[in-house]
Design a protein around this ligand. Structure first.
Ligand code: 13P
Length: 240
């Protein structure tokens, strides 16, 4: 099971103090379980976080990257090899918070290819908006996002797909269990090697319901992951 913390645009150096608690918990809890914890902090914290977690089994990832893997005159941008250079092992690509500002499926595809080339693993986000859900075109949307996002990529063993319904992010709403089961199955039917995570308002209260959906390979957690107690609770409750 994957538990991925997406800190989004939150956190300064003092936020790293909370890692100690999660690390201590993880050391004893992980015995005989196949758990992976990955923290995706803002880029400013990748280096200090990876240093802090050097001896730990918690890994670090980034939240986005530029589509070019070589250097260039792109003010304010960071490419995948630069992220790798400061300690990132993963990168989130295609998050709806970036798609809504014009990140297209084509651009996402270029970013994924570039990040794979740099040796990063990918957390590839897909999901429908509320309007698309109401129109009952969720599967069509997911199909398009997967097809274009993964265009000409053949090997999926470095790619995790994160299904994040846009209407569920930060709202406290989660999909109905039967719907989520059906959607995750739909994604998995596209390729038997796909690992699929769920993201959107995951918290210690709804994790019981979410974990009972037995085809989910893990969770991508936003808000609750900034709080070590909540993050630990989510992980613990997934196994009770
Ligand atoms: P929340 O858990 O805050 O809803 O965010 C989900 C998300 O966007 C993770 O990438």
């Amino acid at each position: 099971m994957y538990f991925i913390a997406n800190w989004k645009m939150f956190g300064g150096l003092n936020s790293l103090n909370s890692l100690h608690r999660v690390n201590k918990f993880f050391k004893t809890f992980k015995k005989n379980k196949s758990i992976k914890i990955i923290y995706c902090p803002p880029s400013t914290l990748i280096r200090p976080m990876s240093k802090k977690l050097k001896k730990s089994q918690i890994e670090v990832g980034a939240q986005n990257c530029h589509e070019k893997d070589n250097y260039g005159a792109f003010t304010g941008s960071i490419n995948s090899s630069m992220l790798k250079n400061v300690g990132a092992k993963y990168v989130i690509i295609g998050h709806s918070e970036n798609r809504q500002f014009g990140e297209t499926d084509k651009l996402i595809n270029l970013k994924i290819k570039s990040a794979l080339k740099s040796g990063l693993k990918i957390i590839f986000c897909i999901g429908e908006t509320l309007k698309q859900k109401r129109k009952k075109i969720t599967k069509q949307i997911l199909n398009k996002q997967i097809k274009l996002g993964l265009n000409k990529i053949k090997n999926y063993n470095k790619i995790l797909i994160a299904y994040e319904p846009v209407w569920s992010i930060g709202t406290g709403l989660i999909p109905k269990s039967n719907q989520l089961l059906d959607t995750i199955n739909y994604i998995k039917q596209k390729n038997k090697n796909f690992k699929v995570l769920y993201g959107g308002s995951v918290n210690p209260k709804n994790i019981h319901e979410l974990k009972s959906i037995n085809n989910i390979d893990g969770f991508l957690i936003g808000g609750a992951s900034q709080n070590p107690k909540k993050f630990i609770d989510i992980i613990k409750k997934t196994y009770i």
